[in-house]
Structure formats: structure tokens, C-alpha cells
Ligand binder design. Structure first.
Ligand code: ADP
Ligand code: MG
Length: 188
């Protein structure tokens, strides 16, 4: 088994958004053969009309997961977490209690049924790149070889993405700050 660093984006724009985001991070932190080694700040973001999610703004963030699980297993887990948090399976593109997307899986390039990595719209979206560049500014996108910081700086997407200030505290104590990543890794 090879341990990879995976970035998973989470977003909610329906119901108690903060609670859904908290629960999603908690559930990801319980995965076997895996360790959550970073969580970005939470951002409030304007919904993009392209996939019709309704008018409610999103809460978005990113989890950094170190895992031995295979990509398809991580995708399966993401689907299960979405389901367990009430994602409407009949209208997936509508307002959503929780969306989980695999953004990066180490430097792997994956084109399998139901799974494309790097996520095909990651480099176009401010609501993804802002929290991602916070966690890993110097990481290179495996296809363009630009760093996440560079991709963020050259974005055309002008939609509003604002870091919550103050940051809400995590209800389940499951949101290690970015800076605790090294400590968590050392104790793994
Ligand atoms: P979106 O996130 O684009 O609003 P969905 O969450 O409904 O839409 O996902 C649509 C499909 O995208 C899913 O069926 C899933 O299999 C597929 N998919 C492809 N690549 C990925 C990825 N990297 N992460 C998550 N889902 C992906
Ligand atoms: Mg999704």
C-alpha cells in the first residue's frame, strides 16, 4: 500500500451548513488507514449558476487526508458520507446538504468511470482554489504544473469567496487547524 496525500473539497448550501461541514470532517477523520492532517478555514461562497444549486450561499472548505485507501474506495466513502448527511440522490445538482469532491490524489492522473482526478474544474473555481491554496500554496497541479497559488492568482472566476471571520469553532472538535498538520503527522 502506498500512502498518498489526498485533498477533498466539501461544500454545503442547504440546512445547517456549518453542522454538515463539521460532521463531514468528523466522518472523514474516522476512516481506516487514513489520517486527517489538515483542514482549511471555512469560506462562504457565492453559488455558481452552472449547476443550478439554488440561491443559498455555500460554506466550503478542504480536508487534507493522508491515506492508504485506493481512489475508488475514497470516492465510495465520499458518496456514503454524502448519503448519510442527507444528500438528495434524485436531484444531485440542486441545493445540497453536502457535496464531497476528490480534488487531488497525490500527483496521480485518474480517468476512470465516475472518477476524474485532478477534479476537472478545480483550476477554474475560486471556491476551491482559495481554501486549497491556503493549505498547499506551493503544490503543483499535476497537469498544468502550475502551483495552486499561481492558479488562484490567474483565475477568471470573479465570484465572491470570503473567509469567515471569526472562524466558528468546531462542534465536534474535529477540525485540526492547518498548523497542527505536522504534529498530527508525527504522531501517526
Ligand atoms: P458536482 O460535484 O459536480 O456538483 P456531483 O457531486 O453530483 O456533482 O458529482 C457528479 C459525478 O461526478 C459523480 O457521479 C461522481 O462519480 C463524478 N466524479 C468524477 N470525478 C469526481 C471526483 N474527482 N470527485 C467526486 N466525484 C467525481
Ligand atoms: Mg460532487
Amino acid at each position: 500500500m502506498s500512502r498518498e496525500i489526498v485533498f477533498i473539497g466539501f461544500g454545503s448550501n442547504l440546512g445547517n451548513r456549518l453542522d454538515f461541514c463539521d460532521r463531514a470532517v468528523t466522518l472523514l477523520s474516522l476512516l481506516p488507514h487514513s489520517l486527517v492532517t489538515g483542514v482549511s478555514s471555512l469560506y462562504e461562497t457565492e453559488p455558481l449558476p452552472e449547476n443550478n444549486p439554488g440561491p443559498q450561499w455555500f460554506l466550503n472548505g478542504i480536508v487534507r487526508l493522508e491515506t492508504d485507501l485506493a481512489p475508488q474506495s475514497v470516492l465510495e466513502v465520499c458518496r456514503e458520507v454524502e448519503k448519510s448527511l442527507g444528500r438528495d440522490q434524485d436531484n444531485r445538482s440542486g441545493p445540497r446538504t453536502l457535496d464531497l469532491d476528490i480534488l487531488l490524489y497525490g500527483a496521480r492522473v485518474i480517468n476512470e468511470p465516475g472518477l476524474i482526478v485532478p477534479h476537472p474544474r478545480l483550476h477554474l473555481r475560486r471556491f476551491v482554489l482559495a481554501p486549497l491554496a491556503e493549505l498547499a500554496p506551493d503544490l503543483q497541479h499535476p497537469l498544468s504544473n502550475k502551483t495552486l497559488q499561481e492558479l488562484l492568482a490567474q483565475l477568471v472566476d470573479r465570484s465572491v469567496v470570503r473567509r469567515l471571520d471569526p472562524q466558528p469553532s468546531s462542534r465536534y472538535g474535529s477540525r485540526p487547524s492547518c498548523s497542527s498538520a505536522a504534529a498530527a503527522r508525527d504522531s501517526a
